[in-house]
Design a protein around this ligand. Sequence first.
Ligand SMILES: [Zn+2]
Length: 144
Amino acid sequence: MTESRTLPFDLFLSDIKEVEVGRYQEIITALEETWADLKLDGKALGLAAPQIGLPFKVAIIRLPGKSYAIVNPRILRRSNSYIVPQEACLSLEQAYATRRYRRIRIIDEIDGERTIRDQREALVLQHEVDHLNGITIYDRRRRR
Ligand SMILES: [Zn+2]
């Protein structure tokens, strides 16, 4: 038996739909249940619905001391400066160096529009919003 770090679900990469206003709670619940079942605390900082076989624009963010969900998010602005983190993903075997903006301005249906100044939170949000648009760290990997 081989051991895999990846989630036991098909990853949706296309046809990921926006959720109707007010219809997202059951998707958040499914994400939270998966998070608990797979004991992802300490292993991940976020999980997106397309990673658990649900083709909708919903994700949960689990930073130390800060947990919330995002629904139909869009990144409105990005800082000029960026970082080059080594990123892992629950849906992929391999980690990749990517390029992420230090700060972003984001809008979603739960918390509205706001600027994310915390670099790690901004990174996690960029990773999860990418999942909701069918983009992975493999697509974002830095090439020479
Ligand atoms: Zn991921």
